[in-house]
Every structure is written in C-alpha cells, then in structure tokens.
Design a protein around this ligand. Structure first.
Ligand code: ADP
Ligand code: MG
Length: 140
C-alpha cells in the first residue's frame, strides 16, 4: 500500500488518522515522520478517535511514552530525545516496538536507526503552502 493525501485542515488530518485506525491490528507499529508542527500529534489524535479512545491525547514529549485504552491499547511514543534503540530499552520502551498487544505510534522515528524499517506503516508529512500538508502512507 502506498497513498498520498493532502490534508487542508487539522480536522482533515484527524480524519486520515481515523481511517488508518480502522486497519490497525495488535502488534502494529506506525511511524510518523515530519517536521515540528507538521501534524504528527494531530494525526495521532485521529488514530485515537478511531480506536474509540476517550482520553485526551497530549504530546508525549516529556513522558517519552503514554498508553491509552480504547478498543485496543495505543502506545504513543516520542523518540525526539532518544537516539539509540539501547536508550529506548533502558526506559523499557523496546517492549512497545513492536508491542505485544495494542499498537504503537512513534513520532520522530527517524531519530533511531532501524526504527522506521521495523514499523508496519510509515507516514511522512510535508508542509505545503498555506496550511496544507502532504501525507504519504506506505505499508511494508
Ligand atoms: N492541515 C493541517 N494538518 C495538521 N495540522 C495543521 C494543519 N493546518 C494547521 N495545523 C496546525 O498545525 C499544528 C500541528 O501540530 P502537531 O500536530 O502537534 O504537530 P507535530 O506533532 O508534528 O509537532 C496544530 O496546531 C494544528 O492545528
Ligand atoms: Mg508531536
């Protein structure tokens, strides 16, 4: 699978997440690549909606990871401050890559060698003119 969609608004970005959630199953990892402010967390909020998670999804930056329960568990991981898989292992996050149950959504996976390669879906977001974002989703 490889598709490209333009999200004109934050709610269109959430919609992409909602649709992606409908094809997620236990053990999958979704990597979200894109610059600061591109909409990675917004897309993750859409995935959470699609998974019927009612808690408010916040940026996990200072926590590194947060888990939310919905129709399945969603682990939201921010790898921004981590640079190696060993560092992730030190804080126990390697358990989520891949997760035994639920799905893992990783922001800044490109900070860690090999992380994008082990993910089920690779999402890349580019900033276009105005508020538009180009979103490419591919599945290995
Ligand atoms: N088309 C769009 N898609 C996603 N976010 C958008 C869009 N247009 C504007 N925004 C805004 O850009 C910001 C994206 O922030 P966020 O999702 O936290 O990005 P990231 O996690 O990549 O740093 C939000 O304030 C959102 O409202
Ligand atoms: Mg973010």
């Amino acid at each position: 699978m490889n598709k490209t969609i333009i999200a004109h608004t934050p709610s269109e970005m959430e919609e992409i997440g909602i649709e992606l959630a409908s094809i997620l199953t236990d053990g999958m990892v979704v990597s979200l690549v894109g610059p600061l402010g591109s909409g990675k967390t917004t897309l993750c909020k859409g995935i959470a909606k699609g998974l019927l998670i009612t808690d408010v999804v916040v940026s996990p930056s200072y926590m590194i990871a947060r888990s939310y329960q919905g129709r399945m568990c969603m682990h939201h991981i921010d790898a921004y401050r981590v640079s190696t898989l060993d560092e992730l292992a030190e804080v126990g996050l390697d358990d989520y890559l891949p997760p035994e149950s639920g799905v893992s959504i990783v922001e800044w996976p490109d900070r860690i060698d090999g992380l994008i390669e082990i993910s089920t879906f690779q999402v890349t977001i580019e900033l276009l003119e105005d508020e538009d974002r180009r979103v490419n989703i591919s599945k290995q």
